[in-house]
Unconditional design. Structure first.
Length: 148
């Protein structure tokens, strides 16, 4: 069985730097009112970014293999958070946003399905603890440069 490792080092207060096997550092921090410097992404936010990056990479890779040409692509994520501590995510919604013209919806739907049900390890792990739903939109190519 393969093994992955990570190191998380305190920088100052609630500011931490994390290093994984890929050799890249990521910074994390807490809000100022809790003793942090408010200078980096929160650890729990990184979970959403990991989910979006994992499924997004799958979808793009699958569509590239099908020779589907996108003008742009985004993954928007929305998480509902429990009011009581430990304030876990109770539901996550993923919205895939495809930019371009003449995109076959069956190709888009198949790529999402394969990511959600077969390839995305982050989805597979999180789905054991939180409800994950998804939707998609196809938008005109010119809207990609104006999106946020």
């Amino acid at each position: 069985m393969a093994e992955k490792t990570a190191l998380v080092r305190q920088v100052k207060g609630l500011s931490f730097a994390g290093l994984t096997d890929s050799g890249h550092w990521v910074t994390m921090d807490g809000p100022a009112e809790m003793g942090g410097s408010d200078a980096a992404t929160r650890p729990k936010e990184l979970i959403l970014l990991a989910l979006g990056g994992c499924t997004g990479a799958d979808v793009v890779s699958i569509l590239e293999k099908k020779r589907v040409r996108l003008a742009g692509f985004e993954v928007g994520l929305t998480a509902e958070v429990a009011e009581e501590h430990p304030q876990v995510f109770t539901r996550i919604h993923i919205e895939y946003r495809f930019y371009g013209e003449g995109l076959a919806e069956k190709d888009l739907e198949r790529a999402i399905e394969l990511s959600q049900n077969k390839y995305c390890a982050v989805t597979a792990m999180l789905a054991k603890a939180v409800e994950i739903t998804h939707s998609y939109r196809v938008l005109p190519r010119e809207e990609f440069t104006h999106s946020t």
